[in-house]
Write a new protein. Structure first.
Length: 403
């Protein structure tokens, strides 16, 4: 979810006719500060209000605003609608410092919204420190400094994107680049909208409709060629949207066999024979009977790392062989429920993903939590470490009882 900010940054700074690197640097600083303000504000609200970091961005109003803005930018990129404000701001940035820096700051605010759902292990630790301190000032400082670290990459991009001004501006190659950029922007909009709509066009999601996806994709490409030969803005837009939908459903959102993200029953058993429970209390009762460990997979539809774990780690057969030894629980944090709030408070969950390991009594095993994506081999090693740690704790407890 951070990758879309790269072309936005290039467009914002690389398209300006700035004479000095210093000017580009100042614009970059303003842009980064805008990102930092958004990131810090949402982090402080999340830490102080007990709301999962990233869940604010999943609010329908915020999502619809972001989607509308992205579609507007896509249409402007396709020359389907006039977008004079952006070009005017770019052309006047070198003449009016206030407008230039202010525009960069506003773009940073919007870009921060796109980057906000990305929660890695480092951010989880920082949010935990902020929540533990119970100090808005200290928590804000921590997140602000982290945001500056993240923004440094974009600051460098802003400075060196001046080289883009030296590229040949006219030519047919620019037509293809603009269409590709618009396609990427529409893909991001669909990705943001996906959790709200569940499954867009369910018929295309079925495994036996790959031929239809391919056919619609080829037709969309034909429409694109025809649209640019006729210079028809409507056909450009239709072809870009259809092609984006095909790419999203065919390569991104197509569900893997046995995987369930947003719909959980009381017990979900996949084709690969992994049984997931949605009730923690029921899982604890079963674990006490079997004297086995419990693994809680906390996820949400807006969590990219959660989807990575499902797609690459939990689907691995070697990982599944180890997971069958545990009692498995999936908790969906996409929508706030009483059970979710209770689990979040009980285990101090401040960000997703949160893979938590409990003993058979339902007590978390210290130092075993996973707060980001890890590949299958590392996950298997981690599972073995958890089992060894639990055995050591049981041995220590037995010695204390005997003494």
């Amino acid at each position: 979810c951070v990758y879309p900010l790269i072309p936005i940054t290039v467009c914002l700074f690389g398209a300006r006719n700035e004479a000095s690197r210093l000017r580009a640097f100042l614009l970059g600083v303003s842009y980064v500060l805008g990102m930092a303000v958004t990131y810090t504000t949402m982090g402080m609200v999340s830490a102080l209000g007990g709301v999962l970091f990233g869940s604010l961005i999943s609010h329908p109003i915020v999502v619809l605003f972001s989607v509308a803005l992205l579609l507007l930018l896509a249409l402007a990129t396709l020359d389907a609608i006039p977008f004079s404000f952006g070009s005017k701001l770019c052309s006047q940035a070198s003449k009016v410092s206030h407008h230039g820096l202010g525009g960069a700051f506003l773009m940073g605010l919007v870009s921060g919204i796109i980057a906000a759902p990305c929660v890695g292990p480092i951010v989880v630790v920082i949010l935990g420190l902020a929540a533990a301190s119970q100090s808005p000032l200290w928590g804000g400082c921590l997140l602000f400094v982290y945001s500056l670290g993240l923004g440094t990459l974009f600051l460098l991009l802003a400075v060196f994107s001046q080289l883009a001004c030296k590229l040949p501006r006219p030519g047919k190659w620019l037509v293809g680049v603009k269409f590709l950029l618009a396609l990427c922007i529409i893909l991001v909009a669909i990705h943001l909208l996906f959790p709200l709509t569940g499954i867009l066009f369910p018929g295309l999601m079925q495994g036996d409709r790959v031929d239809l996806l391919l056919l619609v994709g080829l037709i969309s490409l034909g429409f694109a060629v025809l649209a640019y030969s006729l210079d028809n803005a409507g056909l450009k837009t239709i072809s870009a949207i259809l092609l984006a939908i095909c790419i999203y459903h065919g390569a991104i959102a197509h569900p893997k066999p046995g995987m369930s993200q947003s719909i959980l029953e009381n017990e979900v058993e996949s084709d690969l024979k992994l049984k997931w429970h949605s009730s923690l209390q029921r899982a604890i009762g079963l674990a006490e009977t079997k004297n086995s460990l419990i693994m809680i997979d906390s996820f949400a539809d807006w969590c990219a790392a959660c989807k990575e774990l499902d797609a690459h780690t939990f689907s691995d057969r070697n990982v599944q062989a180890e997971l069958r030894k545990l009692v498995l629980v999936k908790i969906d944090f996409t929508n706030e429920t009483e059970q979710n709030k209770a689990i979040q408070a009980a285990f101090s969950i401040v960000g997703l993903p949160a893979v938590i390991f409990l003993d058979s009594s339902g007590t978390e095993i210290p130092g075993t939590r996973i707060s980001g994506f890890i590949p299958p081999d590392e996950f298997i090693s981690h599972l073995k470490s958890v089992a060894e740690l639990e055995k050591a704790q049981q041995a220590m407890a037995k010695l204390k009882r005997d003494s």
